[in-house]
Design a protein. Structure first.
Length: 161
């Protein structure tokens, strides 16, 4: 009975509007002993949520930049494929196009015609540049997703969830 009275006494030190705010944030009010502690916790949670919103906006802006880079890489790969006389599907991925180009370069490289082998070398250099750029985009995206995952873990820890 004394424990219930202690909890009731703690909760009576907290205003009803603060109790509502705490409950709306999903916080058990039985662990809060004073109005100032409750307000500090509310402020901390609001700041953390605002930080999360800001990070999400920055991440979305960063993802847009990455998507543009991937789009540019796709356009370059399609351009090289067209130059080589390959027909590429409109919905083909960069990986698919690189695979097609690579197969065509292999055909040219094994040709008995000297000019075909020289073309294969030139195309291989362009393909290497596109592949390197694509790998860079993929690495950046992986890093971005890892950073987002770490931020979500940190936010859960800071919010005691």
């Amino acid at each position: 009975m004394a424990g219930i009275n202690a909890i009731s006494q703690k909760q009576s030190n907290i205003s009803s509007s603060t109790k509502v705010k705490l409950e709306s944030l999903g916080i058990n009010i039985s662990s809060i002993s004073s109005e100032s502690e409750a307000q500090a916790l509310i402020d901390k949670l609001k700041a953390a949520k605002q930080g999360l919103v800001n990070q999400q906006q920055e991440t979305q802006a960063g993802a847009t930049v990455e998507s543009t880079s991937e789009t540019e890489t796709l356009a370059e790969a399609k351009s090289l494929a067209e130059t080589m006389g390959l027909v590429v599907a409109t919905d083909a991925s960069v990986e698919d196009i690189i695979s097609q180009i690579s197969a065509r370069i292999q055909e040219l490289a094994t040709s008995t015609n000297q000019s075909d082998r020289q073309l294969a070398q030139a195309y291989q250099a362009q393909l290497n540049a596109i592949s390197t750029q694509y790998q860079s985009v993929q690495t950046s995206q992986t890093g971005l997703y890892s950073a987002m995952d770490m931020m979500s873990i940190n936010n859960r820890y800071s919010l005691n969830l």
